[in-house]
Design a protein around this ligand. Structure first.
Ligand code: GMT
Length: 402
């Protein structure tokens, strides 16, 4: 198949998953075209059967808000036409599924067609999509997609609750991990031993959005380090980083908290972690938690959203009520103080990640979905020629400030 993938190329789980999926599909013989405004952060520079098509949003003084969604629709239309794509797979509904709908409408005017698959990842449904400015267009774009998937049962239920989703069938296809990459035996922990000095390593990886409750992460660590000599490694960046730094200072633990910023290669970091903290109040899945589990790192987090579908309480980690920092710290202290309990949970986490979230099985689920979608006939007829093809004249410049 020829598959176009659109995602947010920046630091984040949906972009990471979309990129890993594209790479895996190409390895299985499909042609994969990434259509994004920047090279996805997990995409190597060259891979057989993988293309990268940059969306040029341009700049113009009149546009305080450049119309990215339109530029994306134009690029999608162009790439589908030039490379005869069968499927446009949009990761994160806003605005990708809407741009795909526009691109498809343009294609159909020319007597061409493409099938649109949308994968819902999280805040496109739980936060942004429910804002007044985006609700109706999100609902419309989901309903107009030929197939819709959600990364957890929780997110599927939330989609129906918030949008109704008339006439669409949201299928759950969970996220997956590459088991060979997330294997702690394969990596050398990049933080020098004289920095760690034999202390336990607690880790958090995210985009530091309010939903991640990074203050709770630091507050949990502050309690743990009173009982267990430890450090907290914070990976990523975002609007709440200053909050986390402030919490660390207020609790007097700033010297034991390292903020590493955005790091693309997280497998070597996870290989040196003893415990992963994910304390979001609304995590649709928690890809970073799955990557931690695959690396043999027990996860401690909140019993909210889709995280209980990933972390099995008492088996591969421990989940507590949102805000229960005391409970989370108690679980971490118990785990980090008992080597055999830690080994048991670590082994179970690595096994469970490989069994329930195996890359092979889940990529096959996407292939099956594409095949089923392609086999479904459209009821509305295509425009028949003669038509006026929307071909960009090659001499047109990109928008630039004069
Ligand atoms: O929805 C977001 O906040 C962004 C998105 C991302 O790009 O990182 O994260 C979501 O998608 C991930 C991949 O499916 C999930 O693992 C995350 O749980 C989900 N984030 C939230 O639900 C907050």
């Amino acid at each position: 198949m020829r598959i176009g993938i659109t995602c947010y190329p920046t630091y984040g789980g949906s972009g990471a998953l979309a990129t890993e999926l594209g790479i895996a599909l190409a390895a299985r013989g499909h042609e994969v075209h990434f259509i994004t405004y920047r090279q996805p952060f997990r995409l190597p520079s060259f891979l057989p059967r993988v293309w990268f098509h940059e969306v040029d949003v341009g700049r113009y003084p009149l546009f305080e808000y450049p119309p990215y969604d339109l530029a994306l629709a134009v690029r999608m239309h162009e790439v589908v036409r030039d490379h005869q794509l069968d499927i446009l797979h949009c990761h994160y509904a806003i605005p990708h599924a809407t741009s795909a709908w526009i691109a498809r409408a343009m294609l159909r005017e020319e007597g061409r067609d493409v099938k649109v698959v949308t994968t819902l990842h999280g805040t496109d449904i739980t936060i942004v999509g429910q804002e007044r400015s985006f609700h109706t267009i999100t609902k419309f774009s989901i309903e107009k997609s030929h197939a819709v998937t959600a990364v957890s049962q929780y997110l599927r239920d939330e989609t129906y609750r918030a949008f109704g989703c008339v006439g669409c069938n949201v299928e759950v296809i969970p996220n997956f991990v590459d088991p060979t990459l997330y294997d702690r035996t394969r990596h050398t922990f990049p933080i020098p031993a004289d920095v760690i000095r034999g202390r336990k390593v607690l880790m958090h990886i995210s985009n530091f959005r309010p939903v991640k409750r990074v203050r709770d992460v630091v507050a949990t660590f502050a309690r743990v380090q009173e009982q267990v000599p430890s450090v907290l490694v914070m990976v990523g960046d975002g609007p709440e980083r200053v909050e986390a730094e402030d919490e660390a200072r207020q609790r007097g633990v700033a010297d034991n908290v390292m903020f590493l910023g955005k790091i693309d290669a997280i497998a070597p970091l996870l290989a040196g972690a003893d415990c992963f903290l994910l304390m979001s109040d609304k995590e649709s899945f928690g890809l970073s938690a799955l990557e931690a589990m695959a690396s043999g790192v027990p996860v401690i987090g909140y019993d909210a959203g889709g995280l209980p579908e990933v972390v099995q309480h008492g088996v591969t980690g421990f989940l507590h009520a949102v805000g229960d920092v005391e409970g989370a710290a108690a679980s971490a202290i118990a785990l980090l103080s008992d080597a055999s309990a830690w080994q048991r949970v670590s082994t179970a986490a690595a096994e469970d990640a490989r069994t329930r979230f195996s890359e092979q099985a889940i990529v096959a689920q996407y292939e099956d979905l594409y095949e089923r979608t392609l086999a479904t006939a459209d009821t509305s007829p295509l425009r028949t020629p003669p038509f006026v093809p929307a071909i960009l004249p090659s001499h047109l410049p990109s928008i630039a400030a004069p």
